[in-house]
Design a protein around this ligand. Sequence first.
Ligand SMILES: Cc1cc2nc3c(=O)[nH]c(=O)nc-3n(C[C@H](O)[C@H](O)[C@H](O)COP(=O)(O)OP(=O)(O)OC[C@H]3O[C@@H](n4cnc5c(N)ncnc54)[C@H](O)[C@@H]3O)c2cc1C
Length: 302
Amino acid sequence: MKNILEQMQKQFFDLTVQKDIPLAGLTTLRVGGRADYLLTAEKEETFCGVLRILREENVPCLILGNGSNLLVKDGGFRGAVVRLGKEFGCIDVTEDGLYAQAGALMSVLSRTALEQGFAGLEFAQGIPGTVGGGVYMNAGAYSGEMRQVVKYVRLFDGSEIREVPGEEMAFGYRHSRAMDENALILGAAFRLEKGNKGEIEAKMRDFAQRRRDKQPLEYPSAGSFFKRPEGYFAGALIEQSGLKGKTVGGAQVSEKHAGFLINKGGATAGDFLELMKLVQAEVKKNFGVHLENEVRIVGTDE
Ligand SMILES: Cc1cc2nc3c(=O)[nH]c(=O)nc-3n(C[C@H](O)[C@H](O)[C@H](O)COP(=O)(O)OP(=O)(O)OC[C@H]3O[C@@H](n4cnc5c(N)ncnc54)[C@H](O)[C@@H]3O)c2cc1C
């Protein structure tokens, strides 16, 4: 591994390699162990080139966006975590909307749309992830989701870069083709309608207020921990199971919104995993419904 990294650093000048890096601070849940290596790429060619080499050499890799939907286990990640550098977040205005590089934050994308008088991205304002993570997850809120606005995705499938039309991205509920193909998202173009700035801003303010009213934003979390089971709401099933406030170590079912598992302070990934299983078992027992986690669990236990 050391040789491969040295070789890559010679080949890609903008690549930063860090060893034995704690991942807790790079995720919004604030838990988890260390990564053997953290690689930061500032350029598209580097991001793709590094991934290609790591895959050829069978080095396990994890793509990291803003870490807002990731639970890293306490043993950390054996292999390389690869993320996009700060320079990989440009947003350009196009003839029918915006184009954003994968590292741009969705909140910035949404604000840029407002500034340009484009409607359609109001929903993305309070989602604390990157465009890459948002497209990968088909992130959504308040009846909006990436699927509705993505014109095409710039995607690296391991061998070549392609521009895949939104209709061919196999978007589903918190699902995209990138998951099936283990593909890298490099950027996305958004097709947006011109709108009234005042109305766009009012909608964004309303969504932000709804989040502040309903979600425990004052604690570290990964948003809704579970997917919405068909015909139900995860939070309601958890609440009706009497689990609001249920605590394991430092992890707690939020008293404000039972769909959120929060870090009350000093939680471990193990606490979250135990709480997750407890919640799943209780909801299954009471309602016969399996709660599938929306949060992506990565890494090793020890
Ligand atoms: C307070 C809070 C509120 C939230 N509200 C919402 C909400 O309303 N709606 C919603 O959908 N989500 C919500 N989330 C969850 C999260 O913000 C989204 O899932 C977001 O899309 C994740 O983006 P990220 O950049 O943080 O991805 P990460 O968490 O870093 O990664 C998530 C997955 O995407 C993959 N990935 C990331 N970038 C790339 C890339 N460039 N190419 C390929 N794969 C990539 C990762 O490997 C990982 O599997 C919320 C989270 C929090 C903490």
